[in-house]
Design a protein around this ligand. Sequence first.
Ligand code: BV8
Ligand code: ZN
Length: 241
Amino acid sequence: MAAISISENDRVLVLTGAGISAESGLATFRDSDGLWAGHAIEDVCTPEAWERDPELVWQFYSARREAAAEARPNPAHRALAELESRLGDRFFLCTQNVDDLHEKAGSRRLVHMHGELFVSRCSAECGRAPVADDAVYAAWSEVPRCACGARMRPHIVWFGETPLEMERIGDQIRRATVMLVVGTSGSVYPAANFVRLARQAGARTVYVGLEAPLNAAAFSQVVLGKAGAALPELLAGDSIR
Ligand code: BV8
Ligand code: ZN
């Protein structure tokens, strides 16, 4: 497959999803056929789930912390970190993933629009900042409290909650001349709409993933394959300046 051409006038926006971490051993949401680690979405990934059974929610995110702590970046993560080092401030990465594999690969110019697995925050939204937290909690009694007294919750954007950094992402979408989307089914909004907005703003839009995403029609190019092999190839060579 031909390498993507990026000139010195291009600004590249990348959006990644669970597919980029699949070859690092982290299950995607679709792989678990709609169940997430054996749980239905509404049982572990909504504010209602948190109200109903916060201990189950913490057990779900603790299991994902354990899996993600063992995981290593794969060549796809590294290819994006390398692209960032070549493009500098003409590069921006928005990930839907809550794992830290992009950071482990060296990415710095990124936002986690759906939150971060190794961060916890006050469940009462008292205004105190989220804190780094890689602990696992087997029982509700182990869950630490914020200085205000409320229990801590995962710093994750659940269904029905507002994604993070939307202003900054919107600005990057408006300025991008190339948008590269990797390993996401295009099933969750507003992330699935970003490629349409980028295209409306005049960007070239490229998808890399195992199967065509639901929003495939919005892409100028669809490259089917595993990200760990396809991305390094797509970003190789001197067609990038
Ligand atoms: C919001 C954190 C308002 C949690 C996540 C009805 C219709 C349309 C929309 C809605 C609706 N009802 C409600 C909504 C809105 C809702 C939504 O979209 N629901 C869906 C289910 C219909 N969205 C929300 O509630 C969002 N908030 O809308 O607030 C608002 C809107 C705009 C502005 C302000 C406010 C919040 C959603 C966030 C939920 N949290 N993650 C956690 O991780 O525990 S979502 C989670 O699932 C991911 O973050 C991701 O976003 C999403 C889908 O996952 P993907 O990353 O795409 O992974 P998936 O498994 O689906 O696909 C993997 C892909 O990889 C596949 O295509 C596969 O082929 C490919 N692949 C596999 N292996 C490889 C590979 N590719 C390459 N290489 C490989 N090796
Ligand atoms: Zn608090």
